[in-house]
Write a protein that binds this ligand. Structure first.
Ligand code: NOJ
Length: 663
């Protein structure tokens, strides 16, 4: 596998820069359609930006800059040159929610010098029809390294902004998104979703490759300031020039669905760096996994060890019989006894005695099924980095091209935050190493995703979400019905989620206080609503065997899409998402609700207007209810066309899943 050498955006930016002579520098740039206007204002007080959309204020004047070590401020600038340029290109995704993505923007590049010093810093702004991104660039200069202590970037929003925000406290990004007025925020993670009268915004970042994650802290009633997640010594970032920070981004839309169908974050990442990404294949998988979260079996050796050869063969058989390409096996390697997060020496080449990896590799290959490797590092990253070659070679020697990595521990190496520059560098190293071995990654306990899958499509999916496992055992009883309704508009904006739904059985005697809080039909609809190129059918084979007619939808539903539309949604109430299969002319629709039952009419105008379709509808039965009757569903078939609307009746906590087959 040869990786294409890294293309430098810094070089391109500077090549395009031309001197403006003595004329006033350009300080404004608008979207190609002219609606979004990004304006800069430089004075002795500092450099500020503001944004309007169709004349409506979106961002009031907000500061830009940094504080460096020894309290040196980098927030007052002399502008040396400015340049505007435009770009319009359509590129094809390796996999994703849309096959083609248009990258169309107007850009402004400001070349600046620290007003009271010699440091050079540029600001690059790109304004698209669906939002904007900007980043700081430290060009090559006499000073070849910088220590950043704080980023001063602000987002000052209209005071009436309502938000959906997750607190920055959770190390694994597994908190709930709460609906709050901006003035009530504390320090929150991005994506931060915002509703203004008639507008929807999402603040996040793109291309986080060698910098800390940007959280947002409320510093004034409606002003949010960047808070870079620091190293344990208090430093935010060590930077070697030339260097570009991640993009600070905002999607701006008129409808909730505009946030979901924006590809601005991907556009602000570098093109694919893997020369032949054909091994990056979307697929469904099952796993020796949910039974451990139900405490039926365990990761560690003993009578109830889940990853024993016979049990894994049972899963391989089920996968082969149902056309599911892969089986994940957790707890295969020695070291899970006791309080395993304390285990700083997990080996990734040492299987338990009752797990015959050679026989299982042979058996899986014979059945046309792949095994998915599991590397739970317990966030002992030095131990993992020391094994990156041997562990990945071992995986390849056993015919595996996919690994689920995990980082369960409050800190990495007992010291550093997952979202710090240390963490970001570690994840990046693992992704690049995996690419060299032709291995795809499903990363649990990650830093919040920022679109790196465009550059490294072997970074298939990530957790960083309060996923289905919480509904197996969480003290709070499990994710409430509203949780998945919010996901497409919050965490989902950061990229694919390994949420792991697909529960068909709602009775867990080992954790009776907790439950998956959905109907079975909603579990099916989630395969369309929540996007991931690796999609798990997480329940046990014996539970699927009880509902073969409903399981048919999981067999059929694709994991790679030609295009995505959002026919209807109210954030926090319900959402309908339709996607066209990348490999056939079928469309799929998922509609889900929170705890309220709802009757909706979903316009089918996304279908080909020239065609008719057979709609296979998996719906809540009239008596369904997530609390009292989750497994009551009905499967019906009807003929529809683009001119129709589909009446959809959702139970409390329910959903509807539809496959449209072109006639
Ligand atoms: C947490 C992960 O999210 C979960 O999927 C996994 O089973 C456990 N860690 C053990 O690695």
């Amino acid at each position: 596998m040869r990786l294409i050498s890294h293309f430098s955006p810094l070089a391109l930016g500077l090549l395009l820069l031309t001197a403006c002579g003595s004329s006033e520098p350009t300080m404004e740039v608008s979207s190609p359609d002219g609606a979004i206007k990004f304006t800069l204002d430089n004075s002795a007080d500092g450099l500020f930006y503001s944004v309007t959309d169709g004349g409506t204020d979106i961002v009031a004047p907000s500061r830009l800059g940094f504080i460096l070590t020894d309290s040196v401020s980098l927030d007052r600038f002399d502008i040396l040159k400015s340049k505007t340029f435009s770009h319009d290109e359509t590129w094809e995704t390796t996999w994703g929610e849309s096959r083609y993505v248009r990258d169309h923007y107007n850009a402004l590049l400001l070349e600046m010098k620290q007003a009271e010093g010699d440091l050079l810093v540029n600001l690059e702004v790109r304004v698209f029809d669906d939002g904007f991104g900007y980043r700081y660039i430290f060009p090559e200069q006499a000073c070849d390294s910088l220590v950043i202590m704080d980023e001063l970037t602000e987002f000052t929003l209209p005071a009436e902004a309502m938000t959906w925000a997750m607190s920055a406290e959770n190390a694994y990004l597994e908190g709930y998104f709460e609906n709050k007025p901006i003035a009530e925020l504390d320090t929150v993670r991005t994506p931060l979703t915002v509703e203004l009268p008639g507008k929807y915004l999402a603040i996040h970042e793109a291309a986080l490759t060698d910098f800390p994650k940007m959280d947002l802290a409320l510093v004034d009633s409606a002003a949010l300031k960047s808070r870079l997640v620091p190293w344990s010594n208090g430093v935010a970032a060590y930077v070697a020039t030339p260097f570009a920070t991640p993009w600070r981004t905002m999607i701006i839309g008129d409808r909730p669905g505009d946030l979901v169908t924006s590809y601005l974050m991907l556009n602000l990442n570098e093109p694919c760096a893997i020369e032949d990404p054909s091994f990056c294949k979307p697929m469904k998988y099952i796993g020796v996994w949910w039974e451990m979260h139900l405490f039926k079996t365990f990761w560690y050796a003993g009578d109830a060890h889940g990853a024993n050869t016979a049990n894994v063969k049972r899963y391989i058989d089920f996968a082969a019989e149902n056309g599911i390409p892969a089986v994940l096996v957790e707890g295969w390697n020695k070291g899970w006894e006791g309080h395993w997060p304390a285990n700083d020496h997990f080996s990734f080449t040492d299987p338990y005695d009752d797990y015959d990896i050679d026989e299982l590799s042979r058996y899986a290959a014979e059945k046309g099924v792949q095994l998915i490797m599991h590397h739970e590092t317990a966030a002992w990253t030095s131990n993992y980095e020391a094994q990156l070659d041997t562990a990945y070679q071992y995986m390849k020697d056993h015919g595996m091209s996919n690994v689920k990595t995990g980082y369960v521990n409050q800190l990495m190496d007992g010291k550093e935050d997952h979202s710090s520059q240390y963490g970001v560098r570690h994840y990046r190293k693992v992704i690049e190493n995996a690419a060299r071995y032709g291995v795809n990654i499903d990363n649990h306990e990650p830093v919040m995703p920022t679109g790196l899958q465009r550059t490294y499509p072997n970074l298939m999916t990530q957790e960083g979400v309060r996923g289905q496992e919480h509904s197996a055992w969480d003290e709070d009883g499990g994710n409430p019905p509203v949780h998945t309704v919010l996901m497409p508009f919050t965490r989902g904006l950061a990229g694919p989620m390994d949420f792991t739904f697909g529960t068909f059985n709602y009775d867990n005697p080992n954790s009776p206080h907790a439950r998956v809080q959905t109907t079975l039909a909603k579990e099916l609809a989630l395969y369309v609503v929540i996007y991931s190129p690796l999609q798990m059918a997480s329940d046990l084979p014996e539970n699927y065997a009880k509902h073969p007619d409903a399981f048919q939808f999981i067999r059929d539903v694709p994991v790679d899409w030609d295009m995505t539309v959002v026919p209807d949604a109210v954030i926090g109430d319900y959402v309908a998402i339709a996607r066209k299969d990348r490999n056939s002319s079928d469309w799929y629709l998922g509609v889900i609700t929170d705890e309220e039952p709802r009757a909706l009419d979903i316009p089918l105008s996304f279908l080909d207007p020239e065609a008719t379709y057979t709609a296979q509808i998996y719906a809540d039965a009239p008596e369904a209810d997530w609390v009292t009757n989750p497994t009551a569903y009905v499967i019906t078939e009807t003929t529809v066309s683009a001119a129709d609307s589909l009446p959809v009746n959702l139970a409390a906590g329910g959903g509807t899943a539809v496959r449209f087959i072109k006639k």
